[in-house]
Design a protein around this ligand. Structure first.
Ligand SMILES: *Cc1c(COP(=O)(O)O)cnc(C)c1O
Length: 366
Protein backbone atom coordinates (compact mmCIF):
# COMPACT_ATOMS: atom_id res chain seq x y z
CA UNK A 1 0.00 0.00 0.00
CA UNK A 2 1.32 3.41 -0.89
CA UNK A 3 2.22 5.52 2.06
CA UNK A 4 -0.40 8.13 1.26
CA UNK A 5 -3.15 5.52 1.23
CA UNK A 6 -2.25 4.12 4.60
CA UNK A 7 -4.93 4.59 7.20
CA UNK A 8 -4.00 6.73 10.18
CA UNK A 9 -3.76 4.61 13.32
CA UNK A 10 -3.91 5.47 17.01
CA UNK A 11 -2.29 3.03 19.40
CA UNK A 12 -3.98 2.84 22.82
CA UNK A 13 -1.64 0.15 24.13
CA UNK A 14 -0.90 0.34 27.87
CA UNK A 15 2.75 -0.48 27.32
CA UNK A 16 4.95 -0.61 25.44
CA UNK A 17 2.96 2.43 24.41
CA UNK A 18 3.00 4.75 21.41
CA UNK A 19 5.86 7.22 21.16
CA UNK A 20 5.50 10.74 19.72
CA UNK A 21 5.50 10.52 15.92
CA UNK A 22 8.05 13.37 15.71
CA UNK A 23 10.42 11.34 17.89
CA UNK A 24 10.01 8.25 15.74
CA UNK A 25 10.72 10.30 12.61
CA UNK A 26 13.91 11.74 14.12
CA UNK A 27 15.06 8.30 15.24
CA UNK A 28 14.40 7.00 11.73
CA UNK A 29 16.37 9.80 10.09
CA UNK A 30 19.33 9.24 12.43
CA UNK A 31 19.10 5.48 12.50
CA UNK A 32 21.95 4.58 10.15
CA UNK A 33 24.14 7.57 10.68
CA UNK A 34 23.88 9.47 13.93
CA UNK A 35 24.85 13.11 13.46
CA UNK A 36 27.55 12.38 10.87
CA UNK A 37 29.28 9.81 13.10
CA UNK A 38 28.90 7.28 10.28
CA UNK A 39 27.28 4.72 12.59
CA UNK A 40 24.05 4.11 14.45
CA UNK A 41 23.68 4.94 18.15
CA UNK A 42 22.98 1.22 18.51
CA UNK A 43 26.50 0.41 17.30
CA UNK A 44 28.32 3.04 19.29
CA UNK A 45 30.57 2.55 22.32
CA UNK A 46 28.87 3.66 25.50
CA UNK A 47 32.18 5.33 26.39
CA UNK A 48 32.32 7.35 23.17
CA UNK A 49 32.02 11.13 23.42
CA UNK A 50 28.86 10.95 21.28
CA UNK A 51 27.10 8.62 23.67
CA UNK A 52 28.42 10.46 26.72
CA UNK A 53 26.80 13.58 25.43
CA UNK A 54 23.50 11.75 24.80
CA UNK A 55 23.52 10.44 28.37
CA UNK A 56 24.29 13.85 29.82
CA UNK A 57 21.58 15.48 27.73
CA UNK A 58 19.03 12.85 28.78
CA UNK A 59 19.69 13.47 32.45
CA UNK A 60 19.77 17.23 32.02
CA UNK A 61 16.44 17.29 30.18
CA UNK A 62 14.78 15.04 32.77
CA UNK A 63 16.12 17.21 35.60
CA UNK A 64 14.78 20.25 33.85
CA UNK A 65 11.36 18.74 33.08
CA UNK A 66 10.78 17.43 36.61
CA UNK A 67 12.74 20.16 38.40
CA UNK A 68 14.77 17.52 40.19
CA UNK A 69 16.72 19.09 43.08
CA UNK A 70 20.54 18.89 43.13
CA UNK A 71 20.32 16.63 46.16
CA UNK A 72 18.90 13.80 44.04
CA UNK A 73 20.67 11.37 41.74
CA UNK A 74 19.19 10.17 38.46
CA UNK A 75 20.04 6.53 37.69
CA UNK A 76 19.49 4.76 34.39
CA UNK A 77 19.01 1.09 35.12
CA UNK A 78 17.73 -2.02 33.38
CA UNK A 79 14.92 -4.44 34.06
CA UNK A 80 12.10 -1.91 33.78
CA UNK A 81 9.96 -1.20 36.81
CA UNK A 82 9.68 -4.77 38.07
CA UNK A 83 13.36 -5.12 38.90
CA UNK A 84 12.95 -2.08 41.14
CA UNK A 85 10.44 -4.10 43.17
CA UNK A 86 13.58 -5.98 44.32
CA UNK A 87 16.07 -3.13 44.19
CA UNK A 88 14.07 -0.84 46.48
CA UNK A 89 13.89 -3.14 49.52
CA UNK A 90 17.47 -4.32 48.99
CA UNK A 91 18.80 -0.76 48.97
CA UNK A 92 16.51 0.92 51.47
CA UNK A 93 16.32 -1.67 54.24
CA UNK A 94 18.76 0.38 56.25
CA UNK A 95 17.40 -0.15 59.75
CA UNK A 96 14.20 -1.99 60.41
CA UNK A 97 13.95 -4.52 57.58
CA UNK A 98 10.33 -3.41 57.44
CA UNK A 99 8.51 -1.53 54.68
CA UNK A 100 5.02 -0.06 54.44
CA UNK A 101 2.84 -0.39 51.36
CA UNK A 102 -0.29 1.38 50.26
CA UNK A 103 -2.19 -1.34 48.44
CA UNK A 104 -4.10 0.26 45.59
CA UNK A 105 -4.20 -2.63 43.14
CA UNK A 106 -2.33 -4.95 40.81
CA UNK A 107 1.06 -3.22 40.70
CA UNK A 108 1.09 -2.39 44.43
CA UNK A 109 0.58 -6.08 45.09
CA UNK A 110 3.34 -7.11 42.70
CA UNK A 111 5.71 -4.75 44.50
CA UNK A 112 4.64 -6.10 47.89
CA UNK A 113 5.10 -9.74 46.89
CA UNK A 114 8.64 -9.08 45.73
CA UNK A 115 9.60 -6.93 48.73
CA UNK A 116 8.31 -9.63 51.09
CA UNK A 117 11.24 -11.81 50.00
CA UNK A 118 13.60 -9.37 51.73
CA UNK A 119 11.72 -7.36 54.35
CA UNK A 120 8.58 -7.46 56.48
CA UNK A 121 5.75 -5.95 54.50
CA UNK A 122 3.19 -3.88 56.41
CA UNK A 123 0.02 -2.65 54.69
CA UNK A 124 -0.44 0.96 55.72
CA UNK A 125 -3.68 1.16 53.78
CA UNK A 126 -5.70 -0.69 51.21
CA UNK A 127 -8.58 -0.25 48.80
CA UNK A 128 -9.01 -3.98 48.32
CA UNK A 129 -12.36 -3.78 50.15
CA UNK A 130 -13.80 -1.75 47.27
CA UNK A 131 -12.05 -3.95 44.69
CA UNK A 132 -9.62 -1.05 44.25
CA UNK A 133 -12.26 1.38 43.02
CA UNK A 134 -12.30 3.86 45.95
CA UNK A 135 -9.95 5.69 48.26
CA UNK A 136 -7.88 3.28 50.32
CA UNK A 137 -8.68 2.85 54.02
CA UNK A 138 -5.63 3.94 55.98
CA UNK A 139 -4.54 1.90 58.98
CA UNK A 140 -2.82 3.01 62.15
CA UNK A 141 0.88 2.44 61.50
CA UNK A 142 3.97 3.85 63.18
CA UNK A 143 6.07 5.25 60.33
CA UNK A 144 9.05 5.45 62.69
CA UNK A 145 9.38 1.71 62.41
CA UNK A 146 9.42 1.57 58.63
CA UNK A 147 12.42 1.89 56.34
CA UNK A 148 10.16 3.39 53.68
CA UNK A 149 6.59 3.68 52.50
CA UNK A 150 5.81 2.47 48.95
CA UNK A 151 2.98 3.89 46.85
CA UNK A 152 1.76 3.40 43.27
CA UNK A 153 0.15 6.72 42.33
CA UNK A 154 -1.26 5.41 39.06
CA UNK A 155 -2.52 1.85 38.92
CA UNK A 156 -2.18 1.20 35.20
CA UNK A 157 -4.46 -1.82 35.08
CA UNK A 158 -7.24 -0.71 37.42
CA UNK A 159 -7.25 2.82 36.00
CA UNK A 160 -6.99 4.40 39.46
CA UNK A 161 -4.90 7.46 40.19
CA UNK A 162 -4.42 8.27 43.83
CA UNK A 163 -1.97 10.84 45.24
CA UNK A 164 -2.26 10.42 49.00
CA UNK A 165 -1.16 13.24 51.27
CA UNK A 166 0.93 11.86 54.08
CA UNK A 167 2.33 15.18 55.19
CA UNK A 168 5.53 14.97 57.17
CA UNK A 169 6.11 11.31 57.91
CA UNK A 170 9.08 9.69 59.55
CA UNK A 171 10.16 7.51 56.64
CA UNK A 172 10.92 8.22 52.99
CA UNK A 173 8.18 7.74 50.40
CA UNK A 174 9.00 5.55 47.39
CA UNK A 175 6.74 5.88 44.37
CA UNK A 176 6.33 3.60 41.36
CA UNK A 177 5.45 6.23 38.75
CA UNK A 178 5.81 3.96 35.72
CA UNK A 179 2.55 5.05 34.11
CA UNK A 180 2.26 8.64 35.37
CA UNK A 181 5.81 10.05 35.39
CA UNK A 182 5.98 13.33 33.42
CA UNK A 183 2.19 13.36 32.96
CA UNK A 184 1.64 15.99 35.65
CA UNK A 185 3.66 18.35 37.82
CA UNK A 186 4.90 16.80 41.03
CA UNK A 187 7.19 17.98 43.81
CA UNK A 188 10.15 15.59 43.67
CA UNK A 189 11.33 16.71 47.11
CA UNK A 190 8.34 14.92 48.68
CA UNK A 191 9.81 11.59 47.67
CA UNK A 192 12.81 9.52 48.72
CA UNK A 193 12.78 7.47 45.53
CA UNK A 194 10.77 7.78 42.32
CA UNK A 195 11.11 4.99 39.80
CA UNK A 196 9.55 4.13 36.46
CA UNK A 197 9.78 1.63 33.65
CA UNK A 198 10.28 3.57 30.43
CA UNK A 199 7.68 2.01 28.14
CA UNK A 200 4.69 4.19 29.03
CA UNK A 201 5.77 7.81 29.08
CA UNK A 202 9.51 7.72 28.37
CA UNK A 203 10.71 5.36 25.66
CA UNK A 204 11.36 1.72 24.83
CA UNK A 205 10.85 -1.12 27.33
CA UNK A 206 13.74 -2.39 29.43
CA UNK A 207 15.06 0.93 30.67
CA UNK A 208 14.30 1.84 34.26
CA UNK A 209 14.67 5.35 35.64
CA UNK A 210 15.38 5.87 39.32
CA UNK A 211 15.45 9.27 41.02
CA UNK A 212 16.90 8.86 44.48
CA UNK A 213 17.69 11.29 47.25
CA UNK A 214 21.42 11.42 48.05
CA UNK A 215 20.89 10.77 51.71
CA UNK A 216 19.35 7.37 50.92
CA UNK A 217 22.52 6.19 49.22
CA UNK A 218 23.79 4.62 52.42
CA UNK A 219 24.53 1.06 53.30
CA UNK A 220 21.61 -1.26 53.82
CA UNK A 221 21.19 -4.20 56.18
CA UNK A 222 21.07 -6.33 53.04
CA UNK A 223 24.22 -4.94 51.38
CA UNK A 224 25.91 -8.30 51.01
CA UNK A 225 22.91 -9.68 49.12
CA UNK A 226 22.47 -6.87 46.60
CA UNK A 227 23.46 -7.87 43.08
CA UNK A 228 26.04 -5.35 41.95
CA UNK A 229 23.86 -3.93 39.18
CA UNK A 230 20.95 -3.39 41.55
CA UNK A 231 23.03 -1.49 44.07
CA UNK A 232 22.06 2.18 43.82
CA UNK A 233 25.42 3.30 45.22
CA UNK A 234 27.32 1.28 42.63
CA UNK A 235 25.16 2.59 39.81
CA UNK A 236 25.47 6.17 41.09
CA UNK A 237 29.24 5.92 41.55
CA UNK A 238 29.60 4.70 37.97
CA UNK A 239 27.26 7.32 36.51
CA UNK A 240 24.84 4.61 35.31
CA UNK A 241 27.67 2.79 33.52
CA UNK A 242 28.38 -0.02 35.99
CA UNK A 243 27.95 -2.17 32.90
CA UNK A 244 26.90 -1.38 29.33
CA UNK A 245 23.74 0.67 29.73
CA UNK A 246 20.74 0.27 27.38
CA UNK A 247 22.18 2.86 25.05
CA UNK A 248 19.53 2.97 22.34
CA UNK A 249 16.70 3.15 24.88
CA UNK A 250 18.49 6.08 26.56
CA UNK A 251 18.90 7.80 23.19
CA UNK A 252 15.15 7.51 22.54
CA UNK A 253 14.35 8.74 26.05
CA UNK A 254 16.51 11.78 25.29
CA UNK A 255 14.45 12.46 22.17
CA UNK A 256 11.18 12.04 24.07
CA UNK A 257 12.37 14.46 26.76
CA UNK A 258 13.37 16.96 24.06
CA UNK A 259 9.93 16.58 22.48
CA UNK A 260 8.28 17.18 25.85
CA UNK A 261 10.29 20.38 26.31
CA UNK A 262 9.09 21.51 22.87
CA UNK A 263 5.50 20.83 23.97
CA UNK A 264 6.01 23.35 26.76
CA UNK A 265 7.09 20.92 29.47
CA UNK A 266 5.15 19.00 32.06
CA UNK A 267 2.73 21.78 33.07
CA UNK A 268 1.57 22.14 29.44
CA UNK A 269 1.26 18.42 28.78
CA UNK A 270 -0.67 18.10 32.07
CA UNK A 271 -3.32 20.49 30.74
CA UNK A 272 -3.61 18.41 27.56
CA UNK A 273 -3.82 15.23 29.62
CA UNK A 274 -6.62 16.69 31.75
CA UNK A 275 -8.53 17.65 28.62
CA UNK A 276 -8.09 14.27 26.94
CA UNK A 277 -9.22 12.40 30.06
CA UNK A 278 -12.22 14.69 30.63
CA UNK A 279 -13.40 14.23 27.06
CA UNK A 280 -13.09 10.46 27.21
CA UNK A 281 -14.74 9.98 30.62
CA UNK A 282 -17.57 12.30 29.57
CA UNK A 283 -18.19 10.16 26.49
CA UNK A 284 -18.17 6.99 28.61
CA UNK A 285 -20.56 8.49 31.18
CA UNK A 286 -22.91 9.60 28.36
CA UNK A 287 -22.96 6.17 26.79
CA UNK A 288 -25.77 3.69 27.29
CA UNK A 289 -23.51 0.78 26.33
CA UNK A 290 -20.38 1.22 28.42
CA UNK A 291 -19.41 2.35 31.91
CA UNK A 292 -16.44 3.09 34.17
CA UNK A 293 -17.15 2.56 37.87
CA UNK A 294 -14.03 4.00 39.50
CA UNK A 295 -14.65 6.73 42.11
CA UNK A 296 -14.76 9.89 40.01
CA UNK A 297 -12.04 11.62 42.04
CA UNK A 298 -9.68 8.67 41.46
CA UNK A 299 -10.14 8.14 37.74
CA UNK A 300 -6.77 7.85 36.04
CA UNK A 301 -5.80 10.44 33.45
CA UNK A 302 -3.54 7.91 31.75
CA UNK A 303 -5.44 4.60 31.68
CA UNK A 304 -9.17 4.56 31.07
CA UNK A 305 -10.84 1.17 31.51
CA UNK A 306 -14.44 0.73 30.35
CA UNK A 307 -16.84 -2.18 30.32
CA UNK A 308 -19.94 -3.13 28.32
CA UNK A 309 -23.20 -3.63 30.19
CA UNK A 310 -23.84 -6.31 27.58
CA UNK A 311 -20.54 -8.15 27.38
CA UNK A 312 -21.55 -9.72 24.09
CA UNK A 313 -20.92 -6.42 22.33
CA UNK A 314 -17.29 -6.18 23.35
CA UNK A 315 -15.68 -8.34 20.70
CA UNK A 316 -17.53 -6.56 17.87
CA UNK A 317 -16.47 -3.22 19.36
CA UNK A 318 -12.81 -4.22 19.54
CA UNK A 319 -12.83 -5.68 16.06
CA UNK A 320 -14.52 -2.67 14.44
CA UNK A 321 -12.26 -0.30 16.36
CA UNK A 322 -9.22 -2.08 15.04
CA UNK A 323 -10.57 -1.86 11.49
CA UNK A 324 -10.88 1.90 12.02
CA UNK A 325 -7.22 2.10 13.09
CA UNK A 326 -8.00 2.36 16.82
CA UNK A 327 -5.60 -0.24 18.13
CA UNK A 328 -5.03 -2.19 21.34
CA UNK A 329 -8.18 -1.28 23.23
CA UNK A 330 -8.69 -4.58 25.02
CA UNK A 331 -8.34 -4.57 28.80
CA UNK A 332 -5.66 -6.33 30.83
CA UNK A 333 -6.03 -10.10 30.83
CA UNK A 334 -6.66 -10.02 34.62
CA UNK A 335 -9.64 -7.65 34.31
CA UNK A 336 -11.27 -8.15 30.93
CA UNK A 337 -13.22 -5.25 29.47
CA UNK A 338 -11.58 -2.51 27.43
CA UNK A 339 -8.94 0.05 28.27
CA UNK A 340 -7.69 3.12 26.44
CA UNK A 341 -4.23 4.24 27.54
CA UNK A 342 -3.76 7.89 26.72
CA UNK A 343 -0.24 8.80 27.77
CA UNK A 344 1.59 12.01 26.85
CA UNK A 345 2.24 10.89 23.27
CA UNK A 346 -1.46 10.30 22.45
CA UNK A 347 -2.67 13.35 20.54
CA UNK A 348 -6.08 14.86 21.24
CA UNK A 349 -7.12 13.74 17.74
CA UNK A 350 -6.64 10.13 18.83
CA UNK A 351 -9.05 10.58 21.73
CA UNK A 352 -11.50 12.42 19.46
CA UNK A 353 -11.40 9.57 16.95
CA UNK A 354 -12.09 7.06 19.70
CA UNK A 355 -15.04 9.09 20.99
CA UNK A 356 -16.52 9.45 17.50
CA UNK A 357 -16.15 5.74 16.98
CA UNK A 358 -17.82 4.97 20.34
CA UNK A 359 -20.81 7.13 19.32
CA UNK A 360 -21.07 5.52 15.91
CA UNK A 361 -20.88 2.07 17.46
CA UNK A 362 -23.58 2.97 19.96
CA UNK A 363 -25.91 4.32 17.28
CA UNK A 364 -25.68 1.08 15.37
CA UNK A 365 -26.09 -1.19 18.41
CA UNK A 366 -28.81 0.34 20.58
C1 LIG B 1 3.98 -1.29 33.55
C2 LIG B 1 4.11 -1.14 35.01
C3 LIG B 1 5.02 -1.91 35.75
C4 LIG B 1 5.85 -3.00 35.13
O1 LIG B 1 6.81 -2.50 34.31
P1 LIG B 1 7.96 -3.45 33.69
O2 LIG B 1 8.88 -2.48 33.04
O3 LIG B 1 7.27 -4.39 32.78
O4 LIG B 1 8.60 -4.17 34.81
C5 LIG B 1 5.13 -1.67 37.11
N1 LIG B 1 4.39 -0.72 37.71
C6 LIG B 1 3.49 0.03 37.04
C7 LIG B 1 2.71 1.07 37.75
C8 LIG B 1 3.34 -0.15 35.66
O5 LIG B 1 2.45 0.59 34.99
Amino acid sequence: MAETQQQQTFNFCSGPAMLPSEVMATAQSEFLNFQKSGISVMEMSHRSPEFQSILESTEKRLRNLMQIPESYRVLFMQGGASLQFSAVPLNLASQHLRAGFLNTGYWSQKAMTEAAKYVDVIEVGSSEGSRFKSLPDVFDVDFNELDYLHITPNETIGGVECWPEFGEIACPIVADMSSCILSRSIDVSQFGVIYAGAQKNIGPAGLGIVIVKDELLVSSELDDDIPRLLNYRTVAKNDSMANTPPTYAIYLANLVFGWLQEQGGVAEIEQKNIKKAEMLYAAIDDSRLIYNDIDISLRSRMNVPFFFHDENLQSAFLEEAQNQGLLNLSGHRSQGGCRASIYNAMPIEGVQSLIEFMKKFENSHV
